[in-house]
Design a protein around this ligand. Structure first.
Ligand SMILES: [Zn+2]
Length: 251
């Protein structure tokens, strides 16, 4: 009899402890992109546009992960550089394109703040107005070292929307996410990105984020808003859990 009372008491105690442990456990991460990706230790998800400008000193060349390396892939002309992480991914993309029978070329890549300033000034002067094809200084992803304009040889001298309907352009759109890139300025999203359709402009964001954005038809603007809301919710839940833990400790 005594033994069974003791057993019951032990079971009851375990239940109380277990229910306490459950209540104090960290919240579950439910968003379909991993926390590790979204916390972005490599700074590859940074949103850059007219509302989110880079300062003139970005990317800091004293910091290893921001360091620019020479592009060793086929180019339309001149010399180019990118951040290592984007260069490695682009090399894989070019190799896959080659296997599929397509030859791709880097038409532009890293561009510093000052160069962007000059390009924008010249474009506006030539057109007589700002047609949205050239970003103001600080708003260009090319300054990040994570963006490359990629075309076929036929488009080497002039990037045009019709590139998106060529075999190379279609292959790029359908496959770039597998290598961590998104078409940053897609068709029919001009209102959101603030930039005209550019079937040649690839932005490195990492494979997981690129696949998610592509599958869900999200621009970087839309994705950023969505995941930051998920992160804030999660952090609020973490804080609430922490407060609950502290309260139970002080009991
Ligand atoms: Zn571009």
């Amino acid at each position: 009899m005594k033994r069974s009372i003791l057993a019951c008491a032990l079971i009851l105690l375990s239940c109380i402890l277990l229910s306490g442990a459950c209540a104090l456990a960290d919240p579950e991460w439910m968003y379909p992109v991993s926390l590790e990706t979204l916390r972005d230790p490599q700074d590859v998800l940074r949103l850059v546009n007219r509302d989110h400008l880079l300062d003139a000193s970005y990317p800091d060349q004293d910091i290893e992960m921001y360091r620019l390396v020479d592009v060793t892939l086929p180019v339309t002309k001149g010399s180019h550089c990118l951040r290592q992480v984007a260069h490695d991914a682009l090399a894989e993309l070019f190799a896959a394109a080659e296997r599929a029978g397509y030859s791709l070329y880097v038409g532009s890549s890293y561009r510093n703040y000052r160069t962007q300033e000059v390009i924008h000034y010249n474009r506006v002067k030539r057109m007589g107005y700002d047609d949205g094809y050239s970003q103001i200084a600080g708003a260009s992803e090319h300054q990040m070292g994570l963006a490359a304009d990629v075309v076929s040889w036929a488009y080497k001298d002039s990037f045009q929307e019709s590139f998106g309907e060529t075999l190379e352009g279609i292959w790029l759109r359908e496959n770039c996410a597998n290598y961590g890139f998104i078409l940053r300025y897609p068709q029919e999203k001009e209102q959101i990105t603030g930039v005209q359709y550019e079937p040649w402009h690839l932005r490195y964001v990492g494979r997981e984020a690129a696949l998610y954005m592509t599958l869900n038809d999200l621009t970087l603007e839309e994705f950023t808003e969505e995941y930051q809301a998920a992160l804030s919710r999660y952090e609020r839940e973490l804080e609430a859990g922490q407060a609950q833990r502290e309260a139970s400790v002080s009991l």
